[in-house]
Design a protein around this ligand. Structure first.
Ligand code: GLN
Ligand code: ZN
Length: 790
């Protein structure tokens, strides 16, 4: 049955209220959406599969929201967020709410929820008696800043007519209020919303920020409704202020927030996160907002400068609990920071907060049944982080005695982690201290290696290869699960993997590929597989974090100095090589990608962790070479996405990232061919770094781009081999021979004939066998055609 939404004027039994005697307020910027057992994921997928109704899905979502609010309040925190929940993505929520819905979705007469999901994941539906067929692709999906969360990019056009389609933030505010919980709704701010979006094709040249004036009235309307519903505060996120911004976007802030201030509205907590306000500090100074939140975990150095720009009444929200990682906060330090702030501006003007939303951390540590108790003490997931906020605020407001036990337990845990033999491993540190400049350099320059490799590998013109994985079939997943559960013995599993490798090798020989791969059937995931084989890295059983929509990932945790106890991939590669006379390509995930797709340590710099990973991989590379594997690929799909948010920070990042790749690969003989692989990346602005990797062959996802991506290879005097992908592996579509030939011909306009390789865009693990075979047969045919006829 449907509950009536109570009217805002009704008096509610607010049993969780702000505590007037607590002068420092603890606040949560956002909480994970999925639920402790990924209930939301399951409900979404069941709904998409037609197994549960929309009403059932919405009921699950409502239930989760309520549970999450209650759970947070029970941790003793003062203010929790609402409208941080989304069925798919909060940016997409804003697009639908403000009617930023491209025409291609509006023509099918879909319901609001159907439209929302169509924009998030596309919709393909056959015609029925009452409705015509629907076939529409999703919106573009983009990384949310430098996190592993992805958002659906809003599409603006000259025709966009902003209006309030839904009142989701108001509805959810009232929903919490009805349960007795006063929340602080969160919105994405108008300037960030416009700037993170793009112009549609029919409006090329449109600067999205120019729509600000048209957009502001709907924000005003929404804020008015929130005020009317009783919201005292609203959190407005403007995270783009941690980027280097064009002048017109910076200038938009004054206009936007003055307009919002001119109408009825709740008090505004203006929030930035993931970095430093830095050069945008002047933009925030003087804005008519009642509070300012900044990230003091990523950018503690900005504390004084931000305090300096506050007016006499503005509230300062100190982001002192890391929203992006899973380590316990050092409460002693956090309390000291907050005390210092309270002394300066008065406790009643201070909020204690997460550095960002806790969306990027797993739900609760309580689910971790497999971590040893002493190790578990090092971590705080979302629920535990909420408690940390409450404890910090209490310690500052009421004195440390109030929460002495928790402060002491925290101190103990901090010390234990430091003292554990996990954190620092002498042998690893010693080895790092012995790394010299030569370790980053191949024995000879590429020109020399090229000749040696040509002779040794004896490859034809336009050599063909694949990027590593072959279809991960259901049988493979079932066998892996059985193996994990102990239903399949290690010997049986090994035999199973060998049979898979045989099949992959046999097919590649039949179809005539030149450099073969073993297909990666033994790998669940390209970072997890290596993480599980390295010392210093831990795994969770339920540490799921939303990546996009219903998709969650369970990042490994780098917990201490990393080393490689045993070879990780040699057995499979060696076995695969034994089955063929053609060169077998060894396959490794690179140091930067392993680091970027994990939770890194917070007690050691990224550069140090990357170097440890690199040394472990270097040993693996040399073991592969010693085992007779003379082509070795090191995948670095995350190298480009790891670029810092501000350009000024690029150089130091690129320095250690490039070195880590070099250190991993440079130990081999000239004859051994090093491949690197990147998924879709615009290299033009970091081309010197790509060159500096000094790989012999670089393969990149390219089929969907125009040749712009390859421009750098032409203009940048690139002289090593390149394999730009000739077909898209995200779709089951089989490219024809002619199509691949056309594609290769285009590439030859940019890349010299003797440097071009022919390969798919990326690994084939998500594809079925039928289309994989057909596509690769055509690919080989096209490469042969090319070399004979042009
Ligand atoms: N070798 C990996 C594979 O083929 C590369 C995956 C990737 O680049 N994301 O699956
Ligand atoms: Zn790839």
């Amino acid at each position: 049955q449907k509950e009536a939404i109570p009217s805002p004027s009704t008096r509610f039994p607010i049993y969780y209220t702000y505590k007037p005697d607590t002068m420092v307020t603890s606040t949560v910027l956002g909480f994970p959406r999925m639920g402790p057992n990924r209930e939301l994921k399951k409900a979404l997928e069941a709904h998409w599969a037609g197994k549960i109704s929309e009403a059932d899905l919405l009921a699950t979502a409502k239930d989760l929201r309520l549970k999450h609010w209650k759970l947070q309040k029970e941790q003793g925190v003062d203010v929790v967020a609402s409208n941080d929940f989304s069925l798919y993505d909060h940016v997409l929520d804003h697009s639908v709410m403000f009617n930023v819905i491209p025409e291609r979705y509006t023509k099918f007469n879909l319901s609001t929820t159907e439209t929302f999901f169509a924009m998030g994941r596309g919709l393909q539906r056959a015609a029925t008696e009452s409705a015509s067929a629907v076939d529409v692709t999703s919106q573009e999906m983009v990384k949310w800043f430098d996190s592993n969360y992805h958002f659906m990019r809003p599409e603006f056009s000259n025709k966009t007519e902003f209006k309030l389609n839904t009142t989701k933030p108001v509805d959810e505010y009232l929903e919490a209020k009805a349960a007795g919980i006063a929340t602080r709704p969160v919105l994405l701010g108008p300037v960030s919303f416009l700037y993170l979006g793009k112009a549609t094709k029919d409006s090329t040249g449109l600067e999205t920020i120019s729509l600000l004036e048209k957009l502001l009235p709907v924000y005003q309307e929404l804020l008015g409704k929130l005020a009317e519903a009783g919201a005292e505060w609203v959190q407005i996120d403007e995270p783009i202020l941690v980027f280097d911004l064009p002048e017109n976007v910076r200038a938009a802030y004054k206009k936007a927030y003055e307009a919002l201030a001119s109408a009825t509205k709740p008090k505004i907590m203006f929030a930035t996160y993931f970095g430093e306000l830095g050069s945008n500090l002047d933009v925030v100074k003087g804005l008519p907002v009642e509070g300012i939140h900044v990230d003091l975990v990523r950018a503690p150095q900005q504390l004084d400068s931000v305090l300096d720009i506050l007016n006499d009444t503005q509230v300062f929200s100190a982001g002192v609990v890391n929203g992006r990682n899973i380590w316990k906060t050092n409460l002693e330090e956090a309390v000291a920071t907050v005390q210092k702030i309270a002394q300066k501006i008065g406790a009643e003007r201070v909020n204690v907060a997460g550095s960002s939303s806790f969306l990027h951390t797993p739900h609760t540590l309580e689910s971790e049944t497999k971590l040893p108790e002493d190790v578990k003490q090092w971590f705080a997931f979302a629920k535990e982080k909420v408690r940390e906020l409450a404890v910090i605020a209490k310690a500052v407001a009421q004195g440390p005695a109030e929460v002495r036990e928790e402060l002491e337990a925290n101190k103990k845990a901090m010390a234990a982690r430091k003292a554990s033999n996990f954190a620092t491993v002498q042998a690893v540190r010693e080895r790092q201290s012995k790394v010299t400049g030569d370790d980053y350099k191949r024995k000879s320059p590429f020109a020399t290696r090229k000749e040696v490799q040509k002779e040794k590998l004896n490859l034809p013109e336009f050599p063909t290869t694949t990027i590593g994985s072959f279809p991960q079939t259901k049988e493979i997943r079932v066998a892996r699960q059985k193996h994990t559960k102990g239903e399949l013995s290690p010997e049986e599993y090994e035999k199973f993997i060998e049979r898979e490798i045989q099949e992959v090798v046999k097919f590649q020989e039949e179809c005539g590929l030149d450099v073969l791969v073993h297909g990666e059937p033994e790998r669940s995931d390209m970072s997890e597989y290596f993480g599980q084989r390295l010392d210093g890295i831990l795994f969770t059983v339920s540490g799921w974090v939303q990546s996009y929509g219903s998709r969650c990932v369970r990042p490994p945790i780098i917990a201490g100095d990393i080393s490689r106890p045993h070879p990780m991939t040699v057995k499979e590669s060696k076995y695969a090589q034994s089955l063929t006379d053609k060169p077998m390509k060894g396959m490794l995930t690179g140091p930067v990608t392993l680091l970027r797709w994990s939770f890194p340590r917070d007690d050691a710099p990224d550069a140090l962790q990357a170097e440890q990973l690199a040394l472990a991989l270097r040993d693996e590379v040399l073991d592969l070479e010693a085992a007779g594997i003379y082509v070795i690929q090191v995948d670095e799909p995350a190298l480009r996405e790891g670029l810092p948010l501000r350009k000024a920070d690029w150089a130091p990042y690129l320095d250690w990232a490039v070195k880590a790749f070099q250190l991993s690969t440079a130990g081999v003989e000239d004859r051994t061919q090093i491949h690197s692989h990147f998924c879709y990346s615009d290299f033009n602005d970091i081309f010197d770094s790509i060159k500096a990797l000094d790989a012999d062959v670089t393969t990149i996802e390219n089929s969907k781009s125009d040749m712009k991506l390859l421009k750098a290879f032409k203009t940048g005097n690139y002289e090593a081999w390149v394999g730009p992908g000739v077909y898209d592996i995200h779709s089951p579509r089989v490219p024809s021979v002619e199509e691949i030939v056309e594609r290769a011909k285009e590439m030859l306009e940019v890349i010299p004939r003797d440097l071009l390789w022919i390969n798919p865009d990326c690994g084939l693990k998500t594809r079925g066998w039928a289309e994989t075979k057909a596509a690769l047969i055509n690919l080989v045919e096209a490469a042969k055609d090319a070399s004979v006829s042009w």
